[in-house]
Design a protein around this ligand. Structure first.
Ligand SMILES: Nc1ncnc2c1ncn2[C@@H]1O[C@H](COP(=O)(O)OP(=O)(O)OP(=O)(O)O)[C@@H](O)[C@H]1O
Ligand SMILES: [Mg+2]
Length: 259
């Protein structure tokens, strides 16, 4: 395996608060790493730095050797890092298919003039885009819901749609921020299977933030545990699960089914 993402000494301060303190990660191609930790530990803030929304106070982010710090969010996306959000962000009154399609617009090749004229090239691009959307929806078992409005989907499907949108830009690295938050128990297993399938079928590396231990343990290659911005433990799930620091900070309650 080779390293796709190299994160070193990533630190961000908001006023006096060190929200993330010296976070390090070498993500291998095809790897699935989970980041866990209590509320406010700094998990989402890491994603905000890994997608160019926040610029780290110090530290480096290298994607396939390229220095990413200082690039804009769209440049992170263009280079292959995309994410989903903790709070679902969809176009509620647009169809499932259009939600996915719109995720690709930043890569659209058409000029404004072409789109007014509807040149043959434009029509061809549009057809290719529609095909890609349907192909993606089929692979995520959502093709039968293509015409439904996003707001009418059950919650679990809205999360799935968010992932479909993220995949539309052909990411190398997919960042999932609490993909099962708010889901009912029966939906958890389905989402776990989907994440495993996506990683294989789409050939992506995944970093996943989660609270649900039962969800993370069977599917993550490695787990990093954050508490108050600091990494307090990391390793394979079986080892992290037994780490006394982790149990004290977080897992004790969670493993007993309280999270
Ligand atoms: N833009 C900001 N300005 C000031 N403080 C911030 C900002 N963004 C995040 N923080 C603070 O950084 C800390 C980490 O927040 P973050 O959202 O990363 O936590 P989290 O681990 O994702 O928590 P949760 O599990 O609740 O989602 C919190 O104390 C938060 O209030
Ligand atoms: Mg968060």
């Amino acid at each position: 395996m080779s390293t796709i993402l190299e994160v070193k000494n990533l630190t961000i301060k908001f006023g006096g608060l060190v929200a993330v303190d010296d976070f390090n990660l070498d993500l291998e191609k095809g790897e699935l790493v989970a980041v866990i930790g209590p509320n406010g530990a700094g998990k989402t803030t890491i994603f905000n730095m890994l997608t160019g929304i926040y610029r780290p106070t110090t530290g480096t982010i290298k994607l396939e050797g390229e220095d990413m710090v200082g690039l804009k969010p769209y440049q992170f996306a263009q280079r292959g890092i995309t994410r989903t959000f903790q709070n679902i962000r969809l176009f509620a009154n647009a169809s499932v298919a259009d939600n996915v399609k719109m995720a690709a617009t930043m890569h659209a090749k058409d000029s404004l003039l072409q789109s007014f004229l509807r040149t043959p090239k434009m029509v061809e691009n549009e057809r290719e885009l529609d095909e890609k959307v349907m192909d993606l929806l089929r692979r995520l078992n959502m093709a039968d819901k293509a015409d439904l409005l996003a707001k009418n989907l059950p919650y679990g499907d809205q999360r799935r749609l968010e992932i479909a949108r993220a995949l539309m830009t052909d990411p190398k690295i997919l960042l999932l921020d609490e993909p099962v938050a708010g889901m009912i128990t029966t939906e958890l297993e389905e989402m776990a299977q989907l994440v495993v399938k996506i990683r294989k079928d789409f050939n992506v590396s995944i970093i996943m933030i989660e609270h649900h231990m039962n969800f993370v343990m069977p599917i993550a290659d490695r787990i990093k545990v954050l508490d108050f911005g600091k990494t307090i433990a990391e390793g394979v799930p079986e080892v992290v699960q037994k780490d006394p620091k982790v149990i004290e900070a977080y897992l004790g309650g969670a493993l007993n089914g309280n999270a």
